[in-house]
Design a protein around this ligand. Structure first.
Ligand code: TRP
Length: 359
């Protein structure tokens, strides 16, 4: 019997930070490494998804390749024959199946997607800023049909390969449910066309509820690390220099309690203790034992700054050593294999809906 498929997207993102690294990248890489052998693991770059909201198209190609290099530097197992790494737009069946599934998807069910509503609202708010501010002419901040349609493309990504498991964040729950709905709908209408992915609950049981660690923001330690405030002061990017890293950590928000403790009243200090544990590969208990009770925060900050700066130095060294040829070969091999699988599913669907003769 063919191996069950685990599939997830690697989003193109130029500003990856240590929060992404610990919370998303490493768990994905660990999962791929551990599950390969028993499962087929599909990790793909959803490049067609990347302009559902406006981006700088001149930078997309570099962003995709740089992003992949970062994953390879972090340990993505490109040598494993069970791990397929490919770009969505290189497998044209994704686009073709999407257009077919569009015909079976309700306007209403897409309109109810919370991520669509949130992103549409944000685009609208940005547009307002532009209108009230300076530059309206250059903005193309429309809410696109592509954004509306995003879940159908995502369902195609999943269904083309007979995927069973899809590890994603909670923000993707509705999209997974939609992939299940459309698979069941098509199966009802046309017989067994698609493997129906497991429910979100079963996904959680399979992967474990909280996989990634939530590193907090250095400026606002009650929030997860995020560049959304635009300043980047609370975020350590994977390409930050040691000097910048140190500066950001030394000026991290703490509190006026004046005693190192690990508790909800001290979110900044607690975050620093967790960072030190993560980046020095020591247990939290050990780190707490060393620092708790100290009456100044400087020593803890120094220790965190050292460990994160060392980690980044190693990581950045690995990044310069990534073998581009090996990466490109891997993409080519995977894309060829994935075209074969995806086209088989597509043909079945085309035959079922009457676009191709049945053989
Ligand atoms: N929507 C996903 C995200 O924002 C990315 C994605 C696109 C994806 N297609 C997918 C994830 C298919 C899993 C399966 O994270």
């Amino acid at each position: 019997m063919a191996k069950q498929v685990i599939l997830t997207g690697i989003r193109a993102n130029n500003d990856l930070h240590i929060g992404n690294y610990m919370g998303a990248m490493l768990p994905m890489i660990d999962m791929a490494t551990k599950r390969a052998g028993e499962y087929q693991v599909n990790l793909f770059v959803p490049d067609l998804h990347s302009f559902t909201t406006p981006i700088d198209h001149h930078k997309l190609q570099d962003a995709i390749m740089n992003n992949l290099r970062v994953f390879v530097a972090a340990g993505l197992p490109i040598d494993s024959p069970d791990v397929h790494i490919y770009r969505q737009s290189y497998v044209s069946a994704h686009s073709e199946l999407t257009v077919i599934l569009d015909g079976f998807t309700g306007f209403g069910e897409m309109s109810r997607m919370t991520q669509f509503k949130d992103k549409a609202k944000k685009l609208h708010d940005d547009l307002q800023e532009y209108v009230d501010g300076v530059d309206v002419s250059k903005s193309n901040k429309n809410v696109s049909v592509g954004l509306f349609n995003y879940p159908v493309l995502m369902a195609s990504d999943i269904l083309l390969y007979g995927t069973t498991y899809v590890p994603v964040g909670d923000d993707q729950t509705q999209h997974i449910e939609f992939a299940r709905d459309i698979a069941e709908r098509m199966n009802r209408l046309f017989g067994e066309l698609f493997v129906v992915p497991k429910s979100v609950k079963e996904q959680h049981t399979f992967f474990g509820k909280d996989q990634g660690l939530r590193i907090k923001d250095l400026v606002d330690p009650t929030k997860k690390m995020s560049k959304s405030d635009g300043s980047g002061r609370g975020v350590i990017f994977l390409n930050d220099t040691p000097e910048i890293t140190r500066k950001k950590i030394m000026s991290a928000t703490t509190d006026s309690i004046g005693r190192v403790g690990y508790n909800t009243d001290q979110p900044g200090i607690s975050n620093l203790l967790e960072l030190l544990s993560l980046f020095s590969s020591r247990s939290l208990a050990e780190v707490r034992k060393e620092f708790e009770g100290q009456t100044q925060y400087g020593l803890l900050k120094e220790a965190v700054a050292d460990s994160v700066a060392n980690f980044l130095a190693d990581f950045q060294a690995n990044l310069t050593k990534v073998n581009d040829k090996a990466l490109k070969d891997k993409l080519e091999t995977s894309e060829k294999a994935m075209n074969a699988i995806a086209n088989r599913t597509l043909l079945k669907v085309q035959q079922a809906v009457g676009l191709r003769p049945k053989d």
